[in-house]
Design a binder for this molecule. Structure first.
Ligand code: PEP
Ligand code: MG
Length: 572
């Protein structure tokens, strides 16, 4: 049995498929005569042509299954296939060392990837992952020839991988992939968020997964306890038959809540919206009867492209999400990049400490063209659909005043062009920095609504990197500092008569929900797959008892005491 971190819940059982990209580039090396070198290069050309065809087929398949945007990652890889640096490096090695093309390719890949790794710029790391992906595809073609069908992950398998490569993320599909086991990965990695939104049981940070597991091994992936069993005995399988039946019964029971309102036992209505990353997720939000989209993270749409999307492209994508949700409202968050969220085609300057560097709204203010294009697309959509705009990483009232100024300029521009838009479009500020929390009253006065991003707020308040497993013990949403800040934000929003919603992962965790309600929160936005579990909690608690536990918790000084107080309360 291997132990890892449960990143997407559920239980998967099936045959393992070791993702080719997970293995080191170990290839046979042989000396070739000078006269054979042209033939070696011709083999490379054939492999490149076949790889291109396979990538095009994968792109088409992904586009049909998951949508246009998810398939565009393959376009980036096709461009890399034809990259002259890679080709030159292979050619030079072949000619200089008189070696077979596979060995030259493996050497070239190792060199380029280690160059990227040494630069330690996350932008290049993104490229390195694509390079590894493309390189492994070429090597497979050179070593094993064209396979028919050429591509893709075998249906009904549990994918085991060292690295969560981009092509893997793009191919994730509930029907094809039963489960996912990775040696690396953070809880906020793109592939992991995608796996979670598709309900694929996933484990990350499983040491030695690719050396201990072989393709064809029978696996049980426990995405609840963070364990993977390799060819387990019957007793374990029986235990998981039982556990899976319980899990399914639980899921089915939740489905009965779909049409019931999100109201507490004492009749208080809670707004339960969905947080999405792609317009296709809006379909899931509708399925679970979300009361609108509380957070549409647009950076995923930018991430799967190889260029900055135009105003028209963005308009069409946001319109697709808004159409799904009609007549429900959609809060569109403008591009939130910087630090751990990077666009391959938009390199940022190296910073010693990127999470304290230029990011979110400030980064957009520094690149007015990007902001302008996105805001114009959203404004145009506001003419026909109930959308509002949310600004991330607000660092204080200046940021919100500045974006309002930009927005006013764009409204005049659209007006003079005769383009319709909603002049009263609502503008929200994300409260996810300590500065925004401390100055929330002024920020609230200048905004139409507040959205609390606890994922970042917790990391910045507690100085604990949200992507670091090593800091996980310090990343504690139940820390008194977090709870007091949340309480004060709720009071400020009430006093200023502004809507406030919690949109960080904290809101989607059933263990925290009663406390949030007790602190006065009346609106949350959670992943579509979490809606029913959260609704279940809402319907099982009363505000009176939630407020009583919140009052007790706010008196306590340590996380340990707070956890034990909540546990005692639940046991009552
Ligand atoms: C947050 O920080 O809580 C949030 C919702 O934004 P993101 O997770 O996209 O940074
Ligand atoms: Mg955030």
């Amino acid at each position: 049995m291997l132990v890892g971190v449960a990143a997407s819940s559920g239980i998967a059982r099936g045959s393992a498929f070791l993702c080719p990209g997970a293995q080191p580039f170990g290839v046979p090396r042989r000396t070739v005569a000078e006269s054979e070198l042209p033939e070696e290069m011709a083999r490379l050309d054939v492999a490149i042509r076949d790889a291109e065809q396979d990538l095009l087929a994968l792109q088409k398949e992904t586009c049909e299954k998951l949508g246009q945007k998810e398939s565009e990652i393959f376009e980036v890889q096709i461009l890399l296939l034809h990259d002259t640096t890679l080709r030159n490096e292979i050619t030079v090695r072949c000619l200089r060392e008189k070696i077979n093309v596979e060995a030259a390719l493996a050497g070239a890949l190792e060199k380029l990837m280690s160059l990227f790794a040494r630069l330690e710029d996350p932008y290049f790391r993104e490229r390195a992952a694509d390079l590894r992906d493309v390189g492994q595809r070429l090597l497979d073609l050179l070593l094993k020839g064209r396979q028919n069908p050429p591509i893709g992950l075998p249906e009904g398998s549990i994918v085991v991988t060292g690295e969560l490569l981009p092509s893997l993320a793009a191919q994730l599909n509930r029907k094809t992939i039963l489960g996912l086991v990775a040696e690396d990965g953070g809880l906020t990695a793109h592939a992991v968020i995608l796996a979670r939104s598709l309900g694929i049981p996933t484990l990350i940070n499983v040491p030695n997964a690719v050396t201990r597991i072989r393709t064809g091994d029978w696996l049980v992936v426990d995405g609840l306890a963070g364990r993977v069993f390799i060819n387990p005995p019957k007793s374990v399988l029986r235990e998981y038959d039982r556990l899976e039946a319980d899990f399914q019964a639980h899921q089915n029971a939740l489905k009965e809540l779909i049409d019931l309102p999100a109201v507490t036992r004492d009749g208080v209505k809670i707004k339960l919206a969905a947080s999405i990353g792609k317009s296709a997720d809006a379909a899931a939000a509708v399925c679970f009867n979300a009361e609108g989209i509380g957070l549409y993270r647009t950076e995923f749409m930018f991430l799967v492209q190889d260029h900055l999307p135009s105003e028209e492209e963005q308009y069409q994508i946001y319109r697709a999400a808004a159409e799904h949700m009609t007549p429900r409202a959609v809060v569109i968050r403008v591009l939130d990049v910087g630090s751990d969220k990077l666009l391959p085609y938009f390199p940022l300057p190296q910073e010693a400490n990127p999470s304290l560097g230029l990011r979110g709204t400030r980064l957009l203010l520094a690149h007015p063209e990007i902001m302008r294009t996105q805001l114009r697309a959203i404004l145009r959509l506001s003419a026909t659909h109930p959308v509002s705009i949310l600004f991330p990483m607000i660092g204080g009232v200046e940021d919100i005043l500045e974006v309002r100024r930009v927005l006013d300029g764009l409204k005049s521009e659209l007006k003079s062009e005769g383009q319709p838009f909603d002049a009263q479009i609502r503008v929200g500020a994300m409260i996810e920095t300590p500065a925004a929390a401390v100055t929330a009253r002024r920020v609230a006065k200048e905004s139409d609504f507040l959205s609390v991003g606890t994922n970042d707020l917790v990391q910045y308040l507690l100085i604990s990197d949200r992507t670091s497993l090593a800091m996980a013990a310090y990343y504690e949403p139940l820390h008194p500092a977090v709870l007091h800040v949340l309480k004060s934000l709720v009071e400020i929003a009430q006093a200023e008569a502004k809507d406030l919603s919690i949109c960080g992962e904290m809101a989607g965790n059933p263990a925290y929900l009663e406390l949030l309600l007790g602190l006065g929160v009346r609106s949350v936005s959670v992943a579509p797959g979490e809606i029913l579990a959260i609704k279940k909690v809402i319907r099982s608690v009363s505000i009176e008892s939630a407020e009583s536990v919140a009052r007790q918790v706010l008196e306590l000084g340590t996380v340990r005491e707070i956890k034990s107080c909540l546990a005692d309360h639940r046991a009552l």
